[in-house]
Design a protein. Structure first.
Length: 135
């Protein structure tokens, strides 16, 4: 269902990556898409909320941004990479990866991330003003 919906929203025939550990879930000739499902995030009156708290950014793992940059550099191409958040109410929002520092900031976070031991990860925080709804 999500593959079909994303194909419609991006107006292309997306395919699912075969490697479940791939940095991006879906691809076509010119784009790659990573889907983050966040059912607890709501969008109300132009603002994102998590448990009644307004959010000023949505996040993803920085390794995906590095992967996008390295892919284009290694293959001497200019494919487009998107992070898509599917939130409460089956609404889709996206950010096209770019290197405009005004859109995001990077933070190093140490946490258990659902595991038994702590790990340190680089996280990209995309300002909500840069995130657009896919209609």
């Amino acid at each position: 269902k999500k593959l079909k919906q994303l194909s419609i929203l991006f107006n292309c025939d997306l395919k699912q990556q075969e490697d479940i550990f791939s940095h991006f879930d879906f691809y076509s000739d010119n784009i790659f898409v990573e889907l983050k499902t966040r059912k607890d995030i709501k969008y109300i009156d132009g603002k994102f909320y998590f448990k009644e708290k307004e959010l000023d950014s949505l996040i993803f793992d920085a390794v995906k941004m590095r992967s996008a940059y390295q892919y284009n550099k290694r293959n001497k191409c200019n494919k487009h990479f998107y992070i898509v958040w599917k939130i409460y109410g089956d609404r889709y929002f996206n950010w096209k990866i770019n290197w405009e520092k005004g859109d995001y900031y990077l933070k190093c976070i140490t946490d258990k991330f659902g595991r038994e031991t702590e790990r340190t990860r680089n996280i990209i925080y995309v300002h909500t003003r840069a995130i657009k709804e896919l209609l």
